[in-house]
Write a protein that binds this ligand. Structure first.
Ligand code: TYM
Length: 442
């Protein structure tokens, strides 16, 4: 079976700051470098229409039946981000559940393009979720830090700079709590010169040979002026999904020339936001053409955590008030939420008491739904807000308390990540995991 033809995602100018969301967008563009919702005639940025993206890209929406099966197979309650639809779409998640049920190992794989020294709360979402998946499934995990990608795609960044960002971001990622025994983190520029990358390089060279310029142009909107490094980069993000790229993780020899057929056949699950999907359509389309074919990697996609300005906006490093950064102080968090978070409340206190607010477009409420685990508490906030019992300032206060606690916990963990701790995660080595303790063999 071939994957449906990926649509072109030609680079379009990025609308980085949102104004009041007014309706679902009918035109929107999402790709790994540019994410923007459509704008209406007045120039207001509209809300992303994730159902439309899923239909256009032919992914499956995560439904109640899949979540029930997830709970049955893993014995774990689905994460609040699954229950509340932040992770909304997937490709072949059922096949991963099948493999887990049979007691087979699969590889978890995610990554980060280190374009700045500190990550915003949106960036922590796929990593927090990956940590949850690592805890639930107890499987090996690889995290790719693409300093080469950011150097190739960002005009102004220097190699030393992106490498330092990668190290800083890796420390941020470790702070989320990944188990070092089950986690290998690699920074491209370092790993690709380590010798341990032999099978990774063999895989990426083979994959590069399979993909034409026309294919990457079609998938990413490149043209004749795109640098050749950018053209080839996709192969690296793609073959990182093959377990055969990391024989040492599985206790196999990385020095031999022969790549393991068995490792190539291992399934892979990739948690990411939907913007990364174009990469993985390429690997899904072509993985069966490798000498040692790999199954199509499965994906679980999240929506974008909305910017402080509201739905349709993207958190951006060039607009510090669009996002809460994991390095923000308590005061900065308080100011950002009080001054910049889009509110679904009414203009005046009287009007709010009379008509009530709209939690669906209220950014502080949205953030509470992401970070507060208690479903009943969240439902009560929404109900009280709609009735005008809960005021905008009160919603903001709840949000400030929650976000401050989240960022503080992160910063305390981050303070303990020394260079020595980082080096251990970066060291190519055999990982240890348990997998499914009660498999049902067919
Ligand atoms: P990058 O650094 O752009 O993003 C890292 C991860 O964060 C997700 N993301 C978001 N999630 C929720 N809300 C947001 N506002 C938000 N912004 C970004 C991204 O989808 C991604 O999952 N090329 C990649 C690096 C990479 C990678 C991977 C990512 C290499 N291999 C495998 C995911 C999976 C990049 O530049 O990601």
């Amino acid at each position: 079976m071939t994957e449906p033809e990926p649509p072109s995602v030609a680079a379009l100018s990025l609308a980085e700051t949102a104004t009041q969301p007014v309706a679902k967008a009918t035109e929107q563009e999402i790709n790994p470098w540019d994410v923007h919702a459509a704008t209406d005639e007045q120039g207001n940025v509209l809300e992303f229409d994730y159902k439309a993206i899923s239909e256009k890209w032919n992914t499956k929406l995560i439904d109640g039946a899949l979540l029930e099966r997830f709970e049955r197979v893993t014995g774990h309650k689905p994460h609040r981000w699954l229950r509340r639809g932040l992770f909304f779409s997937h490709r072949d998640l059922e096949l991963i559940l099948d493999a887990y049920e049979r007691g087979e190992t699969f590889l978890l794989y995610t990554g980060r393009g280190p374009s700045s020294d500190s990550m915003h709360i949106g960036h922590t979402i796929p990593f927090e979720f990956t940590k949850y998946l690592q805890d639930v499934f107890d499987v090996p995990l690889v995290i790719m830090l693409t300093d080469d990608e950011k150097f190739l795609f960002k005009e102004k960044l220097k190699q030393e700079e992106v490498y330092q960002f990668a190290r800083d971001n890796a420390k941020d990622i470790i702070s989320i709590g990944f188990d070092v025994k089950k986690t290998f983190i690699f920074i491209d520029s370092e790993f690709f010169t380590s010798g341990y990358n032999r099978h990774f390089s063999l895989n990426s060279t083979e994959f590069e040979k399979l993909i034409t310029n026309n294919q990457v142009r079609g998938a990413f909107g490149f043209d004749g002026s795109t640098n050749i490094g950018a053209n080839a980069f996709a192969a690296k993000q793609c073959v990182a999904a093959f377990a055969s790229s990391y024989p040492f993780i599985f206790g196999e020899d990385h020095k031999t020339y022969r790549r393991s057929k068995q490792l190539a056949a291992m399934p892979c699950l990739i948690p990411c936001a939907i913007d990364q999907d174009p990469y993985f359509r390429i690997v899904r389309e072509n993985c069966s053409r490798m000498d040692n074919p790999s199954p199509k990697p499965a994906l679980i996609h999240s929506k974008f955590l909305t910017s402080l300005q509201g739905a349709g906006g993207k958190m951006s490093a060039s607009n510090p008030n669009s996002a809460i950064y994991m390095s923000d102080t308590e005061k900065q968090i308080k100011n950002k939420i009080n001054k910049h978070a889009f509110s679904g409340g009414q203009e005046t206190l009287e009007l709010h008491r009379e008509k009530g607010g709209n939690p669906d477009i209220d950014v502080p409420y949205q953030y509470l739904t992401y970070f507060e685990d208690d479903d009943e508490k969240i439902a009560k906030f929404a109900e009280d807000y709609k009735k005008g019992i809960m005021l905008t300032g009160e919603m903001k206060k709840e949000c400030i308390n929650m976000m401050t606690a989240y960022v503080k916990k992160f910063q305390e963990a981050r303070a303990k990540i020394t260079d020595e701790v980082l080096e251990e995660y970066l060291r190519p080595r055999k990982l240890e995991w348990r997998g499914n303790p009660n498999p049902t063999k067919p």
